[in-house]
Design a protein around this ligand. Sequence first.
Ligand SMILES: [Zn+2]
Length: 58
Amino acid sequence: MPTYEFECRGCGKRFEILTSFHEHDKLRDEPPACPECGKRETRQLASLFSCKVAKPGF
Ligand SMILES: [Zn+2]
């Protein structure tokens, strides 16, 4: 399954969601809650399959 990277608008936390393509459709309508602060004001970052190395603070 693909992973999608999200960033929280509230606290700036970046996190990944592992989901199926079908579930991903839902995420567009209903963004996942931030695991850090719980806000749903998250946005999806561009799919970065090749940028696994650039993961600051993880
Ligand atoms: Zn947050």
